[in-house]
Design a protein around this ligand. Sequence first.
Ligand code: ZN
Length: 414
Amino acid sequence: MKLLTCGFLFALIFSIDSIEKARFDFYRVYEVKAENENQLKVFQQILDYPDGYRFLTNAPAVIGMKAQLIVPPHKFGEWSELVKNFFIDATLIDDNLQNSIDKEEARYLKRKAIDWNSFWRLNEIHSWLDELAASRPNDIRTFSVGTSYEGRDIKGVKINVGGGNSKPSVFFEANIHANEWIGSATATFIINELLTSNDTNVQRLLNYYDWWFLPVFNVDGYEYTWTVDRTWRKTRRVTSNPLCRGSDPNRNWDVNWGSYGGSNNPCSSGYYGDFVFSEPETRQLANFLNDRFTNLFGYISFHSFGRLLMTPYAYSTENSTHIQKLNEIGAKAVDEIATFRGASYTLGTISRFFGLVAGSSVDYVELNQKPTLTYCYELSTNHILPNDEIKATGQEIFASIKTIFSEAIDQGLA
Ligand SMILES: [Zn+2]
């Protein structure tokens, strides 16, 4: 009996300790481009029945659209046949994904303090927000959107310098997709710049607006990318399929939910969820925004990657009612980005780049909160990035944010 109990305990402890990290040895990453309808069908099939394939980006849904696809070793044969038979334009950009992940991890382990040379763990981001709030209690406070499926706080920070309830509010949402680490890094970079810059224009912006930041929206998924699978994109909620967890939280909102731009297979990285707002994270952020903001001025969503500055809509090819203003100010923001190191961002609607996508956060906010300025960024050029890319991205994107919200004041919009 004693032996049995010991055996049971050992099994329990072993099972808890034995969650291993996913490895991607010899997994390849290809940049692919859709050039005809047959190829679009192939890519949708890969999205629906991944069997080891995984898109690191949105899957190609319109002709001309590029994407990055992970191809596992057991698919090398099939993939080479697909490329040959369907004449797919595919360029190998990483011949061993695990090497790239190892290099990124080594940088993290080597650092001495948190800075913008490597990415931060979720607890580091949340502690940093707490420290900011403690250091300037009159101007900064943390807020909670709610609790994630796995019980984590969905924590953000609000900066309201000098008090006042009547300032225009700007809300930043980042890392809705778990593996897009540059999103939260850019958000924390912007917070730091806003609070520490001596630039009089930055101080004008800091004082003029209420700044709301949610650096990591998909907290469970983000933690999972650190502890188990660097490529994970979705939430972590149990689905109808016991083998496959999580939904794409940017397909789960109440905007033509489930109609296009995702997958109905719970095992797909593009699974749009069991039902509209099935994910506690999306439901609670929608409630939070609906409760707090009758008159939200700006909504900024950070994704990666592809160097795009996008405007609504995703669910429709129609233009939003204020597209002219979004384009005019967006063009200035894109010009400003290029002044740093020549990074060339392209401006356009989400549906232009990705085809029709239902259930996105940006469309939901655009239709419900009706901000004056709504933008969605695809930051940078990859998920796993060289050392200096975090700071460089932060600088150029902060410059574009300054441009957007300075223009809004100067033009009397805010
Ligand atoms: Zn994304």
